[in-house]
Design a protein around this ligand. Structure first.
Ligand code: PLP
Length: 402
């Protein structure tokens, strides 16, 4: 039998599984200790009333002959596509056509599946540290070579760290595909329009493709920071953009997202808009009608106000973490246009050692930077998704330990 040896040889120990294992072991040894969790990036606040009402109404419709919906359109209902274009793009001067929007069940599936569009030997570049899905999905397809000493031999790493202000350098070797995520997971940092323009110019000059993950765009609070890569001239010719309702509107358990594949994107002779449509129509049967109704409801006036209440709540938590740690002399990054705060570990401590220290002495769970890539070593990620009270308590405990 021939198996996918690349998949079979994937390194084990997915980051959050290892975090969960250490937490479980600690709790077994120390029953009764209450842990404060600033680790996993899942939202905690409920769906907004506008989305809940739309879900209920759509469920009622589904129970009638007139309102029943079977399979929907392959790429999503026009009511949601139009709401996305009018709500997310038109106000920023970006023209997107209906046939450029592909509704899906998640940005994770889209950023993981998009690699099916590339040749087996396409050269991939990622910023380091990075959201692991871009790397692992390409590794499973055999594009990244071997995993040696924590690095893929055939992957182009673009290091981001305090030294370069978390602005990735352009690839030194010719890259075919560059994954960018802004606001960034895990570092919480953003790029200006000019910094993004450099990547768009590189892509256009080198016939490269940018996969732009904007899952956290709702956290951007400065009008001058691009929420979409298409705010940068030329990007529609070289970039695919993935967005999600998960962090924007608390849809992590409800599941809805969208990806923009521009018609004018012609990459190395391939028409990706058609190819992605062909791929999705074959392998994906759409997002349920009630969920698409709920997603569309966040674009109403009430919906917008309501989702911003939760975003602002998380923003406040991020500020508490940032300012609390800064006061204690810790170097922190991100956390302004993002729910993630990226801190430097004290005294060059290894990130897993710092994880263990915080777990044992502060009873706080965070995420070791090394789990996001070699350049994450020496850093630690804290998230703003807990309650304000627990966030404040956690910061105090971290400061005490430091
Ligand atoms: N992209 C990034 C950068 C993420 O951090 C996450 C989730 O944490 C996702 C995508 C997944 O989004 P979704 O819930 O839409 O699959």
């Amino acid at each position: 039998m021939n198996i996918n040896t690349h998949l079979a040889a994937m390194p084990a120990g997915y980051l959050f599984a290892e975090v969960a294992r250490r937490v479980k072991d600690y709790q077994a040894e120390n029953p009764g200790v209450e842990l404060l969790r600033l680790g996993i990036g899942d939202v905690t606040r409920p769906l907004c009333p506008a989305a809940v009402d739309a879900l209920k109404q759509a469920a009622d419709e589904m129970g009638t002959f007139e309102g029943f919906h079977g399979y929907g359109p392959d790429f999503g209902y026009d009511f949601l596509i139009d709401a996305i274009i009018a709500g997310d793009y038109a106000p920023r001067g970006v023209k997107i056509g209906r046939d450029e929007v592909f509704i899906s069940d998640g940005a994770k599936s889209d950023v993981g599946n998009l690699q099916e569009l590339f040749a087996a030997d396409a050269r991939i570049a990622v910023t380091d540290p990075v959201y692991p899905v871009y790397v692992d999905s390409n590794a499973m397809a055999g594009r990244l070579g071997d995993y040696v000493n924590g690095k893929w031999t055939h992957l182009i790493y673009l290091p981001t760290n305090a030294e370069n202000g978390f602005v990735p350098p352009l690839p030194q070797e010719k890259a075919d595909v560059i994954y960018l995520c802004y606001p960034n997971n895990p570092t919480g940092t953003v790029l200006t329009k000019a910094q993004l323009q450099a990547f768009v110019d590189y892509a256009l000059a080198n016939d490269a493709l940018i996969i732009y993950d904007a899952a956290y765009k709702a956290f951007i609070s400065d009008e001058n920071i691009p929420r979409s890569i298409y705010e940068v001239p030329g990007a529609k010719r070289c970039a695919i953009e993935c967005c999600s309702f998960s962090k924007t509107a608390g849809f992590t358990g409800t599941r809805c997202a969208y990806t923009i594949v521009p018609r004018e994107l012609s990459y190395q002779g391939g028409h990706f808009n058609k190819m992605w449509g062909r791929r999705q129509a074959t392998k994906f049967n759409g997002v349920s009608y009630p969920v698409q109704r709920a997603a569309a409801a966040i674009y109403t006036e009430d919906g917008q106000k309501q989702i911003m209440e939760s975003i602002n709540y998380y923003r406040k938590n991020a500020q508490v973490i940032r300012e609390g740690l800064q006061k204690a002399g810790v170097q922190v990054f991100g956390g302004v246009h993002s729910p993630y705060v990226w801190m430097k570990t004290p005294n060059e401590m290894k990130s897993w050692d710092f994880f263990d220290l915080l777990l044992r002495k502060a009873h706080v769970v965070g995420t070791p930077g090394e789990g996001f890539g070699p350049c994450g070593e020496g850093y630690f990620r804290l998230t703003a998704f807990n309650t304000l009270e627990k966030t404040q308590a956690a910061v105090q405990k971290i400061v005490d330990v430091l």
